[in-house]
Design a protein around this ligand. Sequence first.
Ligand code: ADE
Length: 273
Amino acid sequence: MQFYIMTLFPEMVMQGLDTSIIGRAMSKGLLSIEAINIRDYAFNKHNSVDDYPYGGGAGMLMQAEPVYQTYKAVEEKIAARRRSDCCNENVQEDSRKNDCEDAVRSARKTRVIYLSPQGKTFNQGMAEEFAKEEELVFLCGHYEGIDERVLEEIVTDYVSIGDYVLTGGELPAMIMIDAISRLVPGVLHNDVSAEFESFQDNLLEYPQYSRPEVWHEKRVPEVLMSGHHANIEKWRREQSVIRTAKMRPDLLEKAELTKAEKELADKIIEELE
Ligand code: ADE
């Protein structure tokens, strides 16, 4: 999967992402992440990319043209990559080249995500949907935002990471890339672990324990030491229900619970009230 990040702070995103699991997936070629500096597409001698908003108001706006030129450059990078993927076998015949060109041109439009507190709030379902794409483009705003006209032309998705305002879209883009990347096959060591975790089935993950058996006088729950897999599964499911009822009762509306699980959840919520 390929990520392209249009930003005024390319080092910030690259340094943040080029480590740990995502960094390893990049070295393995499972992911590629490229940050493109919008300032490289400034069109005046001062290299500035912002200006005052018409109509007055606080702060500066990012201008349309540098953002648009950055996007055109990204579009070209994507087309070049698709072309080289298509012609990978080094076939030189003209008919084959034409097929490649057709494929590059007819490929569906790449999604361009603008990070903004005004967007739809990011969640696991959206991460799963975005993970199906071959490439994603992120546009990080700064100052008081970006000239609306360029947003209208290039953005396909407006996404927020929560109801608070940050100084720019870089951290939100990094968060989204992290959440999406770990769903790409091969990125996590254990393919199963992306499936059984928080928010799967709208339940939170059960508590987990590792060695030692006793720590600060707290013993690992007996059932986990029993080796009885059915009982362990049953215990874990129950713990997930309990934990979700305690911490995120709002999720339970969408969770599929048995009658007994529903009663358990209701009892816990009642106790907390
Ligand atoms: N830019 C500034 N605040 C943001 C937020 N909460 N989500 C996404 N992008 C942002």
